[in-house]
Design a protein around this ligand. Structure first.
Ligand code: GBH
Length: 448
């Protein structure tokens, strides 16, 4: 079946991963600027200081997207570029940069989808307690208000946060991402609660500030459990939304945002950790979400063994990406259905993509046929979910271009466009031409 007529065919990026310009003008530092300077954390000591130099090359990047026929562009605002101290004075340079970017996008006919927070937390606010601070929801609310005031005229799609699973789970619990902390589970619960309050406040202030209708959502790291056999369907669904004590679940965050309560499955864990909160907090947290944003790269097959759900190790023939993630397109079929069953919100895949160990060949070309195959497989699975009646509104390929893959530095390449980090030259890969055709045919190209 066909994708919707106004389907948002997009690409996604994030500020710290592409912008560079870490020390331009009066920009403040963030947790990644500071954290990546400590040896041993990032592959071969890489950092996002220069990145893809998108800060200087954004016009070229928008022109490239226009050539590719991209309809929607998901990017993030670097909080400390816009408000160097995290709160208070707005940077003229930050304001100019994002206003120009938005103006270019509009002129190119590309719809901007603005992520407010993709992990680059202002360092001065971290020093004042970061997400543990009871002030953090108010800091974020102020930042969201500034974005709405300055950019609301150019933008009507807002993604409040990217993947709390990762910046809390990997950043505050496992210590692998900024701010490289290993807090206790109870403390991470406090951070998560503040993040949820921040989202609730931001959702309300954006709607209040912008005078035209806006579309607001979040982007959740969603790695569903998949049924190994048809009869494991309900088991996989339960497992997807079950209590895993690692802050990696989507429902831990989106049940409060959408339903106004934490999932019952997590209550015993919260209790053991001594986590409590004021009931009225949920009035702030519960929000009107216009869409459910999911970032999905894969999922794990589960089956029932001796009365319990067990995760299966895939057979060695299963294709693996350069991240060592299994290519499991079923994530886009079953995973999509599970989200629809639970939340009944129009679904947007705010990220999906593949890292490949590829390079520019002797002819200066990148023939990344595996990437094209990956996209086709996932979108075919998605079209089956659409056939089953799920409302899917968009797909954002991660990423427009190769970029700084967090702890993996520049070693992992997800882009439709190749970046030469020496010359900063951009070269569209074979997949970029495929993506253009895909958009031109509103998805029909996946069947070829
Ligand atoms: C996203 O994170 C980020 O939003 C983006 O910035 C990043 O560049 C992109 O994806 C590519 O990594 O232990 O094998 O089950 C993805 C986060 C990473 C969360 C993998 C789930 C489970 C891996 N996901 N993780 S595994």
């Amino acid at each position: 079946m066909a994708f919707k007529k106004d389907f948002a065919w997009g690409v996604a990026t994030a500020a710290y991963q592409i912008e560079g310009g870490a020390h331009e003008a009066d920009k403040g530092l963030n947790g990644w600027d500071v954290g990546s300077a400590t040896p041993g954390r990032i592959f071969e000591g890489h950092s996002g200081d220069v990145g893809c130099d998108h800060y200087h090359k954004f016009k070229e990047d928008v022109a490239l997207m226009q050539k590719m026929g991209i309809k929607a562009y998901r990017f993030s605002v670097n909080w400390a570029r816009l408000i160097p101290m995290g709160t208070g004075k707005v940077s003229e340079d930050g304001k100019r940069f994002y206003t120009q970017l938005l103006t270019e996008l509009r002129a190119a006919g590309i719809q901007p989808w603005m992520t407010l927070f993709h992990w680059d937390f202002p360092y001065v606010l971290y020093q004042r307690g970061g997400w543990l601070s009871p002030m953090s929801p108010a800091w974020f609310e102020e930042y969201a208000r500034v974005c709405a005031e300055l950019f609301g005229d150019y933008c009507d799609h807002f993604i409040l946060i990217n993947e709390p699973q990762v910046f809390l789970g990997e950043g505050h619990f496992q210590g692998k991402h900024a701010p490289f902390l290993k807090l206790s589970a109870g403390e991470v619960m406090r951070c998560a609660h503040n993040v949820l309050l921040a989202c609730g406040k931001a959702e309300k202030i954006i709607r209040k500030t912008v005078s035209h209708p806006v579309y607001i959502g979040t982007a959740q790291a969603y790695w569903p459990a998949l049924p190994a056999r048809e009869e494991d369907y309900e088991l996989a669904e339960r497992e997807t939304f079950g209590c895993h004590e690692d802050f990696g679940s989507v429902n831990y965050y989106t049940d409060p945002l959408i339903f106004g309560r934490y999932p019952a499955e997590f209550e015993a864990w919260q209790k053991r950790c001594g986590f409590t909160y004021a009931a009225k907090d949920m009035d702030i947290i519960q929000s009107k979400m216009d869409f459910y944003g999911a970032n999905t790269y894969s999922g794990d097959y589960v089956t029932l063994k001796e009365g319990k759900a067990v995760r299966l190790t895939p057979p060695p023939t299963t294709p693996k990406t350069d991240m060592r993630w299994n290519v499991h397109p079923d994530a886009f079929y079953y995973g999509t259905k599970f989200l629809w069953d639970r939340y009944r919100l129009p679904l947007i895949y705010t990220e999906n993509g593949v890292a490949l160990a590829e390079w520019k060949d002797l002819n200066g070309e990148i023939k990344d046929y595996s990437r094209i195959d990956f996209i086709k497989r996932y979108l075919r699975a998605l079209s089956r979910a659409v056939d089953d009646g799920v409302d899917v509104g968009g797909y954002f390929y991660w990423s427009l271009m190769d970029n700084f893959e967090w702890a993996e530095g520049f070693s992992k390449k997800f882009g439709l466009v190749h970046i030469d980090y020496e010359t900063l030259e951009r070269t569209p890969k074979e997949s970029a031409y495929f993506y253009r055709k895909l958009i031109e045919t509103n998805g029909e190209e996946i069947w070829k």
